[in-house]
Design a protein around this ligand. Structure first.
Ligand code: AMP
Ligand code: GLY
Length: 420
C-alpha cells in the first residue's frame, strides 16, 4: 500500500482525493494545503516545493499535482531528481500552459490548428496591428494569470483598451510583459483532456465548461462556473479528429523536440465548421471539468497515474465510464471573479442526497463549521441517466446549500441540451 499526496486546494483536488482514496492500493490520501472538504490536510502551500518533497519522502507518497503553479515552478523535475514518484509534466513540458507564446509558436511550427496570431511587447505596434485587421481579436497575456489574462474583444477599441490593460497598466504583472493578439474564433468551445505518458494519450470523458460568470455566457471569464460530461458537442468523429490532429500530434511533436509530456494534457478547443482549433493548452486537469469527469470513472485512477509515470499507458485497458451524465454546478461567492466576502457559514450539507458529491473549493473548517473562503466555493456534482436529469439532480442539491452571498449560474448544461 502506498500513500498519496494531492497538491492543491480546489474542487479538482477534492475530486481527485476522493477518487484516489477509493483505490485498493492506496492507504492514506493527504492533500496540501487542501480545503474544508478534504481530509488529512497538510499545511504546505503549492509553491513550497522543498516542504512538499520532504513530506512526500517521509510519508512514502505517490504525488499528484493539481494546479499549474507548482508544475511551472518545476515540482516534477525536483521530485524526479529525488527519485520520488510524481504524476504531472516537467517544467519544460508544462510550458504548453505556462507560456502562451511558447505554446503558440510550438503549434505554428508543428502545424497544429490554432487561431492566427502575432506577438508584441510594444503597445504602439500592437495597436497599429489591431487597427489594420478586418476581424475581431483576443488579447492574451503570455504568462500565468489564474485564467484571467485573456480579453475577448468585440471591437478594435476594446482591443486597444485590452492592450493598455496588459502591456501598459500591467494588470497581470510580469505575466503581461508580452502579449498575443490572435484572431477571435467564433464557434463552440469544449474541453478535451487526455492522460499521457509521453507516447500514449488516453482520452478522458469529454466535457464542457461554462467560463463566463453570468447565464448565457455573459460577463467576464472566470476559472469556470460549472461543467458537465459527456458533451454531445464532441461526437465520435470530432473526438477522433481532436485526438489525432491535436492530442497525439502534440505529444509526438513534443517528443520530437526532446520533451516527454506526462500528465494530463488539456486542449481547450473551439469548434468552427467541424474543425477544432486549440485556444489554449493546460498541462493539468480542468477545474471544474475534473469534478463531473471523476464522478463517471469506473476504473482505478491510481493505476492510470502510475502507468503515466512509468510510461506504460499503452498496456492499460481502455478506461470504463459510467454510462450516465454528470453535472457540476459551481457555487461561488457573489462578486467573484472580482472581490467577494469570505468567512460566511455554509449550511445544508446534510440535506443533500448521498449520491450527490459536494466537492469543496474555497472553504475552510472552523470550530466544526464550514466557512466560505474563496471565489469558487463548492462544486455540487450529480449523476443522472440523461443530461437533463443530471442537471435537475445537481440543481435540486445545490438549492439545499445556503450561505448569505451564494451565487451560481442557473443554466449549467443547457448548452449541451441544445445539441441533443
Ligand atoms: P484561454 O485561457 O486562452 O483558453 O482563454 C480563455 C477563454 O477565452 C477561452 O476559454 C475562450 O472562451 C476565450 N478565447 C480564447 N481564445 C479565443 C479565440 N481565439 N477566439 C475566441 N475565444 C477565445
Ligand atoms: N476550467 C478551465 C480550466 O481549468 O482552466
Amino acid at each position: 500500500m502506498v500513500n498519496v499526496l494531492v497538491i492543491g486546494s480546489g474542487g479538482r483536488e477534492h475530486a481527485l482525493s476522493w477518487k484516489l482514496s477509493q483505490s485498493s492500493k492506496v492507504d492514506k490520501v493527504f492533500t496540501a494545503p487542501g480545503n474544508g472538504g478534504t481530509e488529512n490536510n497538510i499545511s504546505l502551500n503549492v509553491d513550497d516545493l522543498d516542504g512538499l518533497a520532504e513530506f512526500a519522502q517521509k510519508n512514502n507518497c505517490f504525488t499528484v499535482v493539481g494546479p499549474e503553479v507548482p508544475l511551472a515552478a518545476g515540482i516534477v523535475d525536483k521530485f524526479n531528481q529525488m527519485n520520488l514518484k510524481i504524476f504531472g509534466p516537467t517544467k519544460n513540458a508544462a510550458q504548453l500552459e505556462s507560456s502562451k507564446i511558447w505554446a503558440k509558436n510550438f503549434m505554428k511550427r508543428n502545424g497544429i490548428q490554432t487561431a492566427r496570431f502575432e506577438i508584441f511587447d510594444d503597445p504602439k505596434k500592437a495597436k497599429e496591428y489591431v487597427k489594420s485587421l478586418d476581424y475581431n481579436v483576443v488579447v492574451k497575456a503570455d504568462g500565468l494569470a489564474s485564467g484571467k489574462g485573456v480579453i475577448v474583444c468585440n471591437t478594435a477599441d476594446e482591443a486597444i483598451e485590452a492592450i493598455d490593460t496588459i502591456l501598459v497598466k500591467k494588470t497581470f504583472g510580469d505575466a503581461g510583459n508580452r502579449i498575443i493578439v490572435e484572431e477571435r474564433i467564433d464557434g463552440i468551445e469544449a474541453s478535451y483532456i487526455a492522460l499521457c505518458d509521453g507516447n500514449t494519450a488516453i482520452p478522458m470523458a469529454s466535457s464542457q465548461d461554462h467560463k463566463r460568470i453570468f447565464d448565457g455566457d455573459k460577463g467576464p471569464n472566470t476559472g469556470g462556473m460549472g461543467a458537465y460530461s459527456p458533451t454531445p458537442i464532441i461526437d465520435d468523429i470530432l473526438a477522433k479528429k481532436i485526438q489525432d490532429k491535436i492530442i497525439d500530434k502534440t505529444i509526438q511533436s513534443m517528443k520530437s523536440e526532446g520533451i516527454i509530456f506526462k500528465g494530463f494534457l488539456y486542449a481547450g478547443v473551439m469548434i468552427r465548421d467541424n474543425e477544432p482549433y486549440v485556444l489554449e493548452y493546460n498541462a493539468r486537469m480542468g477545474d471544474p471539468e475534473c469534478q463531473p469527469i471523476t464522478m463517471r470513472m469506473n476504473f482505478d485512477l491510481y493505476d492510470y497515474f502510475v502507468a503515466s509515470v512509468d510510461g506504460t499507458l499503452s498496456l492499460m485497458p481502455q478506461p470504463l465510464w459510467k454510462n450516465q451524465s454528470s453535472v457540476c454546478i459551481v457555487l461561488a461567492s457573489d462578486g467573484y471573479p472580482e472581490s467577494f466576502p469570505k468567512d460566511e457559514e455554509i449550511t445544508g450539507f446534510d440535506l443533500v442526497p448521498k449520491n450527490t458529491m459536494i466537492f469543496h473549493a474555497g472553504t475552510k473548517k472552523k470550530d466544526g463549521k464550514i466557512l466560505s473562503n474563496g471565489g469558487r466555493v463548492l462544486g455540487v456534482t450529480a449523476l443522472g441517466d440523461t443530461l437533463s436529469s443530471a442537471i435537475s439532480n445537481a440543481y435540486a442539491a445545490a438549492e439545499k446549500i445556503s450561505w448569505p452571498h451564494k451565487y451560481c449560474r442557473k443554466d449549467i448544461g443547457k448548452k449541451g441540451l441544445s445539441y441533443l
